[in-house]
Design a protein around this ligand. Sequence first.
Ligand code: BQK
Length: 130
Amino acid sequence: RESEEATLRELRIFLREVLSRIALERKFRNFAKAVDPEEVPDYFAVIKNPMDLSTMMNKINMHEYTSAKDFLVDIDLITSNALEYNPDQDPSDRQIRNYACELKDMAYAIIDAEMDSDFEQTCVDIATSR
Ligand SMILES: CC(=O)c1nc(NC(=O)[C@H]2CNCCN2)sc1-c1cc(O)cc(O)c1
């Protein structure tokens, strides 16, 4: 229905805005683009489901998120991948793990604060009805 398309359009606009705010932060630059296998040859031996902020922006534009919940699944994946690939005690691993946790918390905090719960439920209902 037209009103359903209007709802999903509003969701896409909101999610682009959230992602843009996150991607502005310098501390999240490690998560901005897909990992380049040339730069990090062993990355894809360890991480089976890569995810990054620019891929998420493409997924918004391809209408692949029908709720904030779907969007947060990919945020969680960025975070879990970083924790998995950077398990060591050394300072650089610790720092990237910390930034990965800050990314997740920032995304959840923005959505909890700015997403109307009725709007989110409407999006979930549209997705399940399709
Ligand atoms: C995305 C990610 O999780 C990532 N982790 C890294 N960890 C390390 O380099 C740790 C691994 N343990 C030993 C000490 N070094 S580098 C890196 C990365 C960040 C980019 O901006 C682009 C890119 O191609 C890869």
